[in-house]
Every structure is written in C-alpha cells, then in structure tokens.
Design a protein around this ligand. Structure first.
Ligand SMILES: Cc1cc2nc3c(=O)[nH]c(=O)nc-3n(C[C@H](O)[C@H](O)[C@H](O)COP(=O)(O)OP(=O)(O)OC[C@H]3O[C@@H](n4cnc5c(N)ncnc54)[C@H](O)[C@@H]3O)c2cc1C
Ligand code: FES
Length: 363
C-alpha cells in the first residue's frame, strides 16, 4: 500500500497527525464555478509530494465531531503545476463537498493521505497516441491533469477532450481549457444540455453518434481513452468505443459514485451469516467476527485496526487487500480491474465473508 504509512492502531505523531496522513497547508482556494472550487496546497517543508496525473488525495475533515474522509482527484499536473491541487464540486446535500467549498480558505491546514489511484498512464516523449478524454461535470478533474501532462511530455500525442455539462456556467476550468487550446495538439468539444445563443459546440448529451462524429477522422489504433463522469455517460462511452473497435485495454474509467452499492448491500445482509475473518496488517494477524450488516473494513475499524480507506464504496481501492484463503462477496468491485480480481484482490470496505476461512492481507 502506498508509502507504507499505515500502522496498526490509530497512532498519532507528536503533532497530532494520524498515522498515514500529511498535514498540508492550503495556499489558495479558487472559485472555478458557482459550485466548484480548486484547492491548491503548499508542498510540505520536509519533502515534495510526488503524484501521477489522474491520482487522488484522500482528505479527512472533522464535521460535527466526526472524521469524514473523501477522495478528490488532483487537477494539477506534476509536470506543469508547482502546487498540487484538487477540484471539488458541491454535491446536493453532500457533507464534505459543501464543507470544502464553503469553509476552507488560504492558510488552513488539511489532513491528506498521499496520492493514490490507478486512473493514470505513463507519459514518455516516445509516445505517439491520441488521448481521448470524455468527462462530465466534476469528472474533468483527473482528465485535465492527464491532458496537461500529455501535452507537456508527449510532442507526438494528440489530445481530444469531450466535456459534457449542464450549461456554459457549469464548465469547470473553462479558462484553463481555453488556454490549452492554443496548443495545436489539443482540441476540446464542449457538450451542453442547455446552450446559450450563438453556441457552436455540441448540444444535448454525449451519445454514440456524437462520439462517432468526433472520432471520424481519428486512427482507432492510436486511441487511448480516459473517462470520468456520471455512470450513464461512461456506459455510452464504453459501448461506443467497443463498437468502433477500440481495445478495452486502452479504455480507462474512474467512477466517483457507486450506482449499485446500496441495493447490493441490502441483498447481502439478507443472505449472509456472521463469520470470523483474519486480517493481516503489517505482518500481524487479527481475527474478528463480521456480522451480515457490516463490511470487513467497518468491523476492522471498530476493532481499532488502522486500516487504510477512503471512499468506502468499492471505487478508490485505498482499502485493497489480497484474499489469501476463503471466499468473499463484494457489493461493488468497480475499482478493481479484471486482472486484480483474478489475482485475488478484494476491497474490504464492501466485502463480506462467504466462508469460515477468509484471510485477507492488506496492501
Ligand atoms: C476515486 C475518487 C475520486 C474522486 N474525485 C473527485 C473530484 O475530483 N472532485 C469531486 O468533486 N468529487 C470527487 N469524488 C467524489 C467525492 O469523493 C465525494 O464522494 C463527493 O464529494 C460527495 O461527498 P459528500 O461528502 O459531499 O457527499 P455525501 O454526504 O457523502 O453524500 C451525499 C449524497 O450524495 C450522493 N453522492 C455522492 N457523491 C456523488 C456524486 N459525485 N454525484 C452525485 N451524487 C453523489 C451520495 O450517494 C449521497 O446520497 C471522487 C470519488 C472517488 C471515489
Ligand atoms: S475505501 Fe475505497 S475501495 Fe475501499
């Protein structure tokens, strides 16, 4: 697991920083739209933060006396931006997104887990590819990091960003995207549900005909696609690219929210029984019994183990472990690739034991 920062028990360092976290000072907060900000952090004095374009920070804030963790993708590029920054869009009724939009200001310090995530790619000057980025709303955040990184590192690569929003005022990073357009390797196709007078971009939603039109003159063998946005949009993108013959290994998807978690949780609770599991953390074994209405992560945290986690929805893979024996049922597995599933990786935040011999090694 990243940086080996997690230890058993909720230890705190002498500055009251929980194990696995960094305290980062906010350099500035930029209002990107009426309901989205970017939060820019100063680099720590004792060592620069390294990250890959497309990765995310886990931010922990205390709201109403409770520690809340959420994942936020970096919108900065490690190649072109001095300061690491995340983009946060308000979710209606959402606890942390509204707190970060309303309360955080320059000079504040936030607890952050160093960057993680596999929604990324290697950038090399030898690459000659066509990166096609499909984003919706806040899904632009990791995509703009990937776009800036490719443009700075890959002189032979083209980047096409297809970005869907409700209306023109909802376009996050609008001026930054416009400035990228000065580079002839880059083009943006905005798609708006509600168009202003004189609009000459696309209207409506991202659809198969729209994707076919955008990619009509693109060499399919050179396409590498990254998509991040609402689930229905990403489904259309995946289906359309399959029809166009783009190999699925060249299509990467990042989900911010699970569409099936709650329903699957209810189903699991009905069919499971309480079973003991063994968790291996930092080479030490811990045994505890998991009830049908809780996940292995939830019970482990109740037991006082300092298990890594962020989204608690089976999306971000912060909690990832390898199932060494037994079988588990996962309510969501979106965050894991087919290869990881085949290798036996599981996500304890959404996993329940199906047999009595479940043993999971965290990391
Ligand atoms: C890997 C990863 C990267 C992420 N990157 C970003 C990012 O760069 N920018 C960003 O703004 N968010 C990002 N998110 C989403 C973010 O982590 C939070 O889930 C989101 O801000 C909502 O948290 P909240 O506390 O405000 O809402 P909560 O109080 O947790 O939820 C309130 C309600 O809103 C629903 N909900 C939660 N998230 C969404 C959503 N995105 N859209 C619609 N409904 C939702 C919940 O199901 C719940 O019903 C990312 C998530 C993951 C897993
Ligand atoms: S905490 Fe995000 S996948 Fe488990």
């Amino acid at each position: 697991m990243a940086f080996g920062l997690f230890k058993k028990k909720k230890k705190e360092t002498k500055e009251n920083i929980p194990s696995g976290f960094l305290k980062l000072k906010v350099n500035k907060v930029v209002k990107e739209t009426a309901d989205a900000v970017s939060i820019h952090f100063e680099q720590p004095e004792d060592g620069k933060i390294f990250y890959k374009a497309g990765q995310y920070f886990t931010i922990m804030v205390n709201i109403n006396g409770k520690d809340e963790r959420r994942s936020y993708s970096l919108c900065s590029s490690p190649y072109t931006d001095e300061l690491p920054a995340v983009g946060v869009k308000r979710v209606e009724g959402g606890l942390v997104s509204n707190y970060l939009n309303s309360e955080v200001k320059a000079g504040d310090e936030l607890l952050v887990v160093p960057p993680m995530g596999n929604f990324t790619t290697e950038f090399t000057t030898a690459n000659d590819r066509h990166l096609v980025l499909f984003g919706g709303g806040s899904g632009i955040t990791p995509l703009i990091s990937i776009a800036k990184s490719a443009l700075s590192q890959e002189p032979n690569t083209k980047v096409t960003l297809v970005y869907a929003n409700r209306d023109e005022d909802s376009i996050i990073f609008k001026s930054e995207i416009e400035s990228l357009s000065a580079n002839e390797q880059f083009e943006v196709k905005h798609v708006l549900e509600s168009i202003p007078a004189g609009w000459n971009g696309f209207s409506g939603r991202i659809s198969q005909p729209l994707i076919e039109q955008v990619l009509a003159s693109v060499d399919v063998t050179k396409i590498e696609c990254f998509t991040c946005g609402p689930a229905p949009m990403m489904d259309v993108v995946l289906d359309s690219l399959a029809v166009l013959g783009v190999d699925s290994s060249r299509v990467h998807k990042e989900s911010f929210v699970s569409t099936k978690l709650e329903e699957n949780k209810k189903e699991s609770a009905e069919e499971l029984v309480a079973r003991e599991v063994t968790v291996v953390l930092d080479d030490e074994e811990y045994k505890f019994t998991v009830n049908p209405d809780e996940s292995i992560l939830e019970k482990g945290l109740d037991e006082g183990l300092n298990l890594p986690f962020s989204c608690q929805s089976g999306l971000c893979t912060s909690c990832r472990g390898k199932c060494l024996s037994g079988k588990v049922k996962m309510d969501e597995s979106e965050g894991l690739t087919e290869a990881e599933l085949e290798e036996g990786f599981v996500l304890p935040c959404v996993a329940h034991p199906l047999t009595d011999d479940v043993k999971i090694e965290i990391g």
